[in-house]
Design a protein around this ligand. Structure first.
Ligand SMILES: [Fe+2]
Ligand SMILES: [Fe+2]
Length: 271
């Protein structure tokens, strides 16, 4: 199975870049499954229902959120009736929406997509390790589902690595989101799980993690609340991770970063 995970889409420039590129990327890379983190799609904060619809129409199979899940309140009724929009599975019981979805893929195959959120330098939540282990207990990689993709939304690289090693051999891909900077540690772990500690954002990199640099920088100088942060609107770099898996085992055969457009060095996975 060929899978593309795209990191945090930030603002209009991120939405438009991803929206314009997804269908051609699906064809060029022969993709079976596309997962997009969209927690910052709405002006940097949250996701509007119209934007979710547009990303699905553009070629995303599953959208994930994160700590900005509820910044746009209109997404609360939307997520309750859209099983392919995920929020972290370790929110407290009773939270609207789901943290996992099974997607039907061409050829009678199925993929499980999950999102969990870290706790180090983040809001206190239920245990992401136990929550993920419980969600995984309902499936078997290579038997009930041919691939399992986990978006681990977390600040600390240490927590991301510990999380990935915990599920090595049990899932196809663990990819980090939230820091908005693509890491260069993509690898297949010893048990066969592909891992990259952060996919990076899909947004303008002449910025402070996607937001206009002047106002964001002043906050660090002054240590006082400043003007509301606005997304930077220069050309976006689409950042993502490409993985090819073996349908029989569900494990990864290869992992390659994707960076397309904008300021960062360009990377296109070889087909
Ligand atoms: Fe983000
Ligand atoms: Fe985040």
């Amino acid at each position: 199975m060929r899978i593309l995970f795209i990191g945090d889409v930030v603002g209009r420039t991120g939405r438009e870049a991803v929206g314009a590129a997804l269908l051609s990327l699906r064809a060029r890379l022969g993709l079976d499954l596309v997962v997009v983190n969209a927690e910052n799609a709405s002006h940097g904060f949250g996701l509007g229902p119209d934007m979710a619809d547009a990303l699905f129409a553009a070629g995303a199979d599953v959208l994930t959120l994160g700590n900005h899940a509820w910044d746009r309140k209109e997404i609360i009724p939307y997520i309750a009736q859209q099983p392919r929009l995920l929020r972290p599975l370790n929110f407290p019981p009773g939270t609207p929406g789901a943290g996992a979805a099974v997607v039907e893929i061409a050829g009678g195959r199925r993929a499980l997509v999950l999102q969990a959120m870290g706790r180090l330098y983040m809001e206190a939540l239920d245990d992401p390790l136990r929550g993920t282990a419980e969600a995984l207990a309902r499936h078997r990689l290579g038997v009930t589902v041919q691939a399992i993709v986990i978006d681990f939304h977390a600040e600390a690289t240490s927590e991301k690595m510990a999380f990935a090693h915990s599920f090595d051999g049990k899932v196809s891909l663990v990819v980090g989101t939230h820091t908005h900077c693509p890491s260069a540690d993509h690898q297949i772990l010893p048990g066969g799980t592909a891992f990259q500690s952060d996919a990076g954002m899909s947004g303008d990199y002449d910025s402070v993690i996607g937001m206009q640099k002047d106002a964001a920088t002043l906050r660090f100088w002054r240590k006082m609340p400043g003007e509301r942060l606005q997304p930077a609107e220069g050309e976006a770099t689409i950042c993502g991770v490409f993985v090819e898996t073996d349908d029989a085992t569900g494990l990864a055969r290869r992992i390659a970063p994707l960076r397309m457009g904008g300021r960062l060095s360009q990377e296109m996975p070889p087909v």
